[in-house]
Design a protein around this ligand. Structure first.
Ligand SMILES: *[C@@H]1O[C@H](CO)[C@@H](O)[C@H](O)[C@H]1NC(C)=O
Ligand SMILES: *[C@@H]1O[C@H](CO)[C@@H](O)[C@H](O)[C@H]1NC(C)=O
Ligand SMILES: *[C@@H]1O[C@H](CO)[C@@H](O)[C@H](O)[C@H]1NC(C)=O
Length: 198
């Protein structure tokens, strides 16, 4: 009886090891869904169109879903199944274009479009692949302000030069006036003298 029990125990151990190995193998190759995100960080300015570019590969037909997560909450953008349906959420109607490789283009971005974009690719057999893209949106006003600052600095420099010039002019004018004053004074004296003689 004893050796039999030992055999059964070993059988259980071997079974568990095979199960674990199988599970590990399954985790390493998740049904063949893969997703590549070539640009996980995008800097955009207000009113720009941005391409959230990804490329997936899988067996069978995939369902692709994009979500936006920011401090204002999570919004579903679009969900589609190639050759089947495209479901764009009302908030993003007319603002989203979908591509066969799983990418989407977002038109006319605003400050509120900044944040995280999560994409999920689900294979027919239920396997998933995930990707994230971080989008920063900058206001154009920033560039305008920069331009205005440069303009102001330029104007300040020009007016400083003008003030210096005017100050110098004023000074030389004073000197000139003093000289002419003396001259006029002497001529009037002469004229007065002449009139007295007459
Ligand atoms: C976006 O801007 C940040 C700094 O604000 C910079 O570190 C990053 O490299 C930029 N990314 C791209 C794709 O230009
Ligand atoms: C996905 O397709 C779009 C449109 O054809 C293309 O612009 C983009 O580069 C593609 N993305 C990748 C990662 O290949
Ligand atoms: C599209 O999305 C809406 C809201 O998320 C949902 O109620 C509807 O069932 C979806 N339609 C399809 C075809 O998935």
């Amino acid at each position: 009886m004893r050796p039999l029990q030992g055999c059964r125990g070993r059988g259980v151990v071997v079974g568990t090891v095979t199960l674990c190995l199988a599970a590990g193998w399954a985790l390493q190759t998740p049904g063949g869904v893969s997703l590549v995100v070539p640009q996980p960080n995008i800097n955009a300015t207000v009113a720009q169109n941005i391409l959230l570019s990804v490329e997936y590969s899988c067996r069978g037909i995939a369902t692709i879903e994009w979500k936006h997560v920011s401090s204002w909450g999570t919004t579903s953008i679009v969900e589609w199944k190639i050759g089947n349906y495209v479901n764009i959420s009302t908030v993003y109607k007319d603002r989203v274009t979908t591509f066969e490789n799983g990418s989407i283009q977002l038109h006319n971005v605003g400050m509120r479009d900044a944040g995280y974009y999560f994409v999920t690719v689900t294979e027919e057999y239920g396997n998933n692949a995930y990707g994230t893209i971080i989008v920063n949106v900058y206001e154009i006003i920033y560039e305008d302000l920069h331009f205005v600052a440069v303009l102001f600095a330029f104007l300040a420099a020009v007016s400083a030069i003008l003030i210096c010039f005017m100050w110098l002019c004023n000074k030389s004018l004073h000197l000139f006036q003093k000289k002419t004053h003396k001259l006029t004074a002497s001529t009037t004296e002469e004229i007065e003298l002449e009139t007295i003689e007459c």
